[in-house]
Design a protein around this ligand. Structure first.
Ligand code: C5P
Length: 410
């Protein structure tokens, strides 16, 4: 990795005293730093210190830059390989989440199509405030990488999460981020970079059909739209995708390995045959029960007026089985939870019960139009908690999920 350029946005916070060390580490790699100091940042460190260490003048005014013949602030972002915001204050994060652009730093962030890494630093109460947590969720969903904050004693005398990550840890995060390449926002650019190139992901999708007789079956209303979109988004990120699908209402995406099955047991076998994989995304709506007394010939009314009895047995839980595999378990296992009430509590319990890493929970209660519709409102649950995403098209949910998977596997 030669000749990398880091656009370093320095926000206002006591943690700015660690920035000279971060600049030294970046330059120690032989990389260049374009420093940008916010007005608040200038209260904690000086443009002189920063520019001497960076070996480059500090950019601090939208106006000065706009005077240049070229549109300077756009160029600054175009030349960079990665944008790093450190310390990222609550205010800067709020601006980023909102897309505000009222100074040089926020304008650069909005004008940038490059990967962004933020190192938050703030008082513990500010960090824990629902507004900051909401903004953090928005930034994550937008593909922004986050390092820290660390827990510990803070300059304000309180204790808890809020300390900026150490420069060495930020440097490691920068390296990791550059290794996978900046997660560019344009879908076309993502295709070109293929951040999941060389990775294999299994996606299950659609309903299963559990036969009663040759013409009848038990099924559910899943269209397979979300699973197909996820498979397509993972393909766009460069992954090899094994797409194990039941009889879905939507076509399978092009450019993935399609394995068509009907029953839950066939789905389980197909998943097993597709292993090993780096990740498994279980988006299928697997029927919970199969009919054990299914018959090979069409059932007929026998004239007695007594309907037949169906004996049901539980189907294998494919998600729980994959999550519990020894040795062959994919590094990342993602399950889905369609819930109608108390979504976070139920889905959090499901994550633990099934042993998967993430649960993508969605509200399929009456009136949401999600089941079979084109939109989805999901909450992503991992071991750190729940992150609510706005209501989005299923394609956009898929893109965001694929980006997150790419980050997790990086
Ligand atoms: O238990 P429940 O059906 O609510 O869990 C949903 C999640 O479990 C989904 O990810 C689904 O694909 C997966 N699942 C499975 N095999 C089953 C039942 C559910 O993989 N038999």
């Amino acid at each position: 990795m030669t000749g990398k350029r880091i656009l370093l946005i320095i926000g206002g916070g006591i943690a700015a005293y660690k920035i000279p060390q971060l600049i030294r580490l970046i330059r120690g790699e032989g990389w260049t730093v374009s420093p940008v100091l916010t007005r608040a940042g200038a209260e904690f460190t000086t443009a002189m210190t920063i520019s001497v260490l960076a070996g480059e003048a500090v950019h601090d005014g939208l106006f000065d830059i706009a005077k240049e013949a070229e549109i300077g602030h756009i160029r600054l972002t175009r030349d960079a390989d990665l944008v790093v915001v450190a310390p990222a204050t609550a205010d800067l994060m709020a601006k980023m989440a909102q897309g505000l652009a009222d100074d040089l730093a926020s304008t650069l962030l909005l004008a940038s199509d490059k990967g962004v890494l933020v190192a938050p630093a703030m008082n513990v109460r500010m960090w824990n405030h629902p507004a900051t947590q909401r903004n953090l969720a928005v930034l994550r969903a937008d593909g922004v990488a986050v390092i820290g904050p660390d827990e510990g004693d803070m300059a304000c005398g309180e204790h808890g999460p809020g300390r900026m990550a150490e420069p060495e840890a930020i440097m490691a995060a920068i390296r990791a981020r550059l290794d996978t390449g900046p997660l560019l926002l344009e879908p076309q650019a993502q295709v070109a970079r293929g951040v999941l190139a060389g990775r294999h992901v299994i996606v299950t999708s659609g309903p299963t059909h559990e036969p009663i007789d040759p013409v009848r079956y038990i099924a559910n209303r899943s269209s397979g739209a979300q699973g197909a979109a996820i498979a397509g988004a993972l393909r766009d990120q460069g992954a090899r995708v094994s797409f194990v699908t039941g009889p879905a209402a939507v076509p399978a995406p092009a450019g993935v390995d399609v394995i068509r099955i009907e029953t839950a047991r066939e789905m389980r076998d197909a998943v097993e045959a597709a292993l090993p994989a780096d990740a498994a995304v279980m988006a299928a709506a697997v029927a919970d029960w199969r009919v054990v007394n299914a018959v090979p010939r069409k059932m007929k009314k026998d004239g007695s007026g007594r309907p037949p009895t169906l004996d049901l047995a539980e189907n294998p839980d494919i998600l729980a089985w994959v999550s519990g595999l020894d040795g062959r378990r994919p590094k990342l296992v993602v399950g889905f939870a369609a819930e109608t009430d108390d979504i976070v509590a139920h889905a959090t319990a499901k994550r633990l019960r099934k042993g998967c890493d993430w649960i993508v929970a969605n509200d399929v209660s009456d009136g949401t139009g999600i089941m079979g519709g084109t939109e989805n409102a999901v909450t992503l649950i991992d071991e750190t908690g729940a992150e609510e995403w706005p209501r989005l098209g299923k394609d956009e949910v898929a893109r965001r999920l694929a980006r997150r998977i790419a980050e997790a596997l990086a």
